[in-house]
Write a protein that binds this ligand. Structure first.
Ligand code: NAD
Ligand code: GLY
Length: 365
């Protein structure tokens, strides 16, 4: 039986590229990714991914007669920094990578973001391909060209917008993903529903148990739907001057949680889940949505095994972390709020009093 494959195109003003989605994608006889690769390639992954997926892709590129080498990095958000980025540059230089060498990011969002930034900067720009292996990276980070590393004072602070040549999504890789990581990806899936698609929210509510049990057909639909939404948004606003900011629903709070707790201790998706509940509470306090709406969101996040309350921190710590966020503009903090479930908007006029009321239960002395 030939597995069904979804394909779609991301079209920005500067670049167009395909996204392929299927289970066991390397084995699909009807697909050749050859046009997207140059003669020489480098696969970059981490110590966790290498034993799981490196050899299948090495074999695939041997069949395409690519000259290839690989770079294996340490695993973890705490390694998303200059030192690890330098390991990529070291490997590229030692193996005489050229400007035409294709960098292949095989892994989750950490690998994708770092390899993307290495590609953007190596010899002023080398081609790169995303092969995302986590749910979060399949529905969000591999699409849209945001690449970055962390700075000790702020997450994803050093980076570039740099689009890949293609995104190749193998749903099979989700089978080896730890459950906690899968749930973290579900937070981003739920985010799409909340920010722009109430019907998708109902669909997720109906299918959440089967999705959590990795039903392949439903997962394929969910990943495809999220990629479609992301492709549409990025196509309109590649550099986040407008609508793309809506993808940051819950993220201002989430980045504060991640920074306070130490990168990697709360997974990004977990922080986004708690952040989305806070965004609901803020919207509720502003009289936009009802407490029943917030409960609906909490229920779905809970079914996806995600945290729905943030850790306690002082109000100064909340403010301090949130004021370092990339979304700060002209010194004003910006929040994505919900006008209704399925309809988000940007707000840059949230008073300190309103914020304090929203965070009240999560402020320590
Ligand atoms: P991750 O890359 O750290 O992966 C999570 C863990 O799962 C890691 O230990 C990884 O080695 C392991 N793993 C990955 N695939 C696996 C598989 N198939 N089987 C078993 N283990 C596997 O985390 P993530 O959630 O994918 O990405 C989070 C990162 O993405 C953050 O740094 C965040 O800032 C970034 N991000 C970027 C964007 C963007 O638009 N560029 C959007 C959202 C998040
Ligand atoms: N994850 C947010 C964005 O890609 O814009």
């Amino acid at each position: 039986m030939i597995n069904a494959m979804h394909t779609l195109t991301v079209s920005t003003t500067s670049h167009q590229y395909p996204i392929f989605i299927a289970a066991d994608i390397v084995k699909l006889p009807q697909v050749s990714f050859a046009p997207f690769f140059t003669k020489k390639i480098v696969i970059i992954c981490n110590e966790t991914i290498a034993p799981l997926y490196l050899s299948q892709w090495q074999k695939y590129f041997s069949q395409l007669n690519c000259e290839q080498f690989s770079i294996i990095l340490p695993d973890g958000e705490k390694y998303k920094n200059w030192q690890t980025l330098n390991l990529i540059y070291d490997g590229l230089m030692q193996n005489h990578a050229e400007r035409q060498t294709t960098l292949i990011a095989l892994g989750g969002g950490v690998i994708g973001d770092m390899v993307g930034f290495a590609a953007a900067t190596y010899q002023r720009g080398a081609p790169f391909i995303q092969i995302p292996t986590t749910l979060l990276s399949q529905v969000d980070s591999s699409v849209g060209g945001k690449t970055a590393i962390n700075h000790p004072l702020g997450k994803n602070m050093i980076g570039a917008f740099y689009q890949p040549q293609a995104v190749i999504i193998d749903l099979n890789s989700l089978k080896t993903l730890p459950q906690r990581e899968f749930s973290a990806g579900m937070a981003e899936v739920i985010k799409y529903a909340l920010l722009g698609d109430i019907e998708f929210l109902s669909w997720l509510e109906k299918n959440i148990d089967a999705l959590m049990a990795l039903d392949e057909a439903l997962l394929s639909e969910a990943v495809y739907h999220c990629c479609q939404m992301k492709a549409r948004i990025v196509g309109i606003d590649e550099k986040e001057n407008g609508i793309r900011a809506l993808l940051n629903l819950g993220h201002t709070f989430a980045h504060a949680i991640e920074a306070q707790m130490g990168y990697g201790n709360w997974l990004h998706g977990e922080a986004v889940a708690a952040g989305m509940v806070l965004a609901c509470r803020l919207s509720e306090n502003m009289g936009l949505i009802s407490s029943a709406n917030t409960r609906r969101v909490i229920n779905l996040l809970t079914q996806a095994k995600l945290p729905v309350t943030p850790p306690k921190m002082t109000f100064d710590a909340w403010l301090n972390h949130m004021s370092h966020d990339k979304k700060v503009q002209d010194g004003r903090m910006r929040f994505i709020i919900l006008e209704s479930l399925g309809q988000a908007k940007l707000a840059d006029d949230i008073s300190s009093k309103m914020l304090k009321e929203t965070l009240e239960m999560y402020i320590s002395n």
